[in-house]
Design a protein around this ligand. Structure first.
Ligand code: GLU
Length: 402
């Protein structure tokens, strides 16, 4: 967001970029905590678990190896690219070659590079809304145009093929697909993933599928990877993933894209001028993660499963709040329409942004307003925080909105 103090020398395309709403609220909550305030942070989605010990140990060993003190290939350590290919076959049944894998500084960086390599000025990307805050900004920075396709609580936050088709124009180049979804927690059933994939195949669109929450599905929900169920889409599909959410490794910054080889080569050329290689120690940690077992994520998943029910029950019980039970990821995304117009903490709130401001000031809870996700009238809460903080924060919200 442009501020009065921003120098006019800043390039127009950067002046137009909004600050990441998730990181902004996270930074604010962490700063208040550091200043001694008892703030409960529902802001940025990041696991409250430490990175598993065997992964940390691998990083410690890598630190001591002088080979890791030097540049390494831009596209990623060969052993890691091969391990990501094996992990992809193991977890989603998608057979890929290591040459299709490009290691990046987190899933967010992988997405940035994908949009830069895919979009020409004016190319449109269909973006089911609510969407994660960084997608439209990254699309715009690549010269593209994000075309939001709206969903709501009533549709389970899922777009239909009919909606997508109605939003398609001759300029549409790609669909951004994410399931389990950040910010809504929705998971598309396998038959709907297949139907959307077949539609994209028939219409000749590219699909970018963000699979960062693949292991965080609950109850009857099931994750399927679109190119694994729609073989014909393989030549025009880019999978984005990373270690952050599965292995509690948000701060290590290792993600990747998987794309057809010529496309991965193009992205590697771009990355060779932008970042060179991802830190070798972090790559060694990621290698230990993806080669290792999935038992830690099973424990985390069971914990999030418990917490999502608590978040759903307590939020949905608040008059004016409608909170569906999330099916995946670790976000609750309630509608707060029914609360707007009330006084909260002594001030009238008419937007989700004002509500979040008021709740931070009067109840010391940090939530992300829906506006940044293309969903005014909603708020996002990450429930990847301790059980104790979760209940404390939800009690505070209920009291403030009573
Ligand atoms: N993906 C997380 C979130 O949405 C991390 C913060 C960010 O990068 O936006 O909260």
């Amino acid at each position: 967001m442009q501020t009065a103090a921003e120098p006019s020398a800043v390039a127009a395309r950067v002046r137009r970029v909004a600050e990441s709403a998730t990181l902004a609220i996270d930074a604010r909550a962490k700063a208040l905590k550091a200043a001694g305030e008892d703030v409960v942070g529902f802001g940025a989605g990041e696991p409250d678990f430490p990175t598993p010990a065997h992964i940390v140990a691998a990083a410690q060993r890598a630190c001591a190896d002088p080979a890791n003190h030097r540049y390494s290939p831009t596209a990623g350590l060969p052993a890691l690219r091969a391990a990501i290919a094996r992990k992809t076959a193991r977890d989603s049944g998608l057979e890929v070659s290591p040459d299709e894998v490009l290691v990046a500084n987190g899933g967010k960086h992988a997405l940035y590079t994908v949009f830069q390599a895919l979009l020409d000025p004016g190319d449109e990307v269909l973006l089911p809304a609510p969407y994660w805050v960084s997608y439209p900004e990254q699309i715009a920075l690549a010269g593209g145009r994000a075309v939001a396709v709206p969903t709501d609580v009533g549709s389970g936050f899922r777009v239909s093929v009919e909606q997508l088709d109605a939003a398609r124009t001759p300029r549409t180049k790609a669909l951004l697909f994410v399931s389990p979804s950040n910010p809504t927690g929705a998971v598309y059933p396998p038959d709907v993933v297949a139907a959307i994939g077949r539609w994209a195949e028939d219409t000749g669109l590219w699909v970018i599928t963000d699979e960062i929450y693949e292991h965080l599905v609950y109850g009857d929900a099931r994750f399927v990877s679109m190119p694994a169920v729609v073989e014909g889409l393989r030549d025009r599909c880019i999978v984005v993933n990373g270690v952050a959410k599965t292995y509690a490794m948000t701060g290590w910054r290792v993600g990747w894209s998987i794309a057809p080889v010529p496309f991965t080569r193009a992205m590697t050329r771009l990355q060779s001028h932008a970042t060179s290689n991802v830190g070798n120690v972090a790559q060694a940690a990621a290698l230990a993660a993806v080669e290792g077992p999935l038992n830690d994520v099973a424990t985390m998943r069971a914990t999030y499963d418990r917490r999502r029910r608590v978040a759903h029950e307590r939020l949905d019980a608040i008059e004016g709040v409608v909170c569906p039970l999330p099916e995946g990821a670790f976000y609750a995304f309630p509608s707060v329409e029914g609360v707007l117009g009330r006084d909260v903490g002594g001030r009238r709130v008419t937007t989700a942004a004002q509500l979040c401001e008021a709740l931070l000031d009067c109840a010391k809870v940090a939530l992300v307003p829906g506006e940044g996700f293309g969903a005014p009238g909603y708020v996002r809460l990450s429930y990847a925080l301790s059980d104790e903080d979760l209940v404390k924060g939800l009690e505070r919200i209920a009291a403030a909105l009573a």
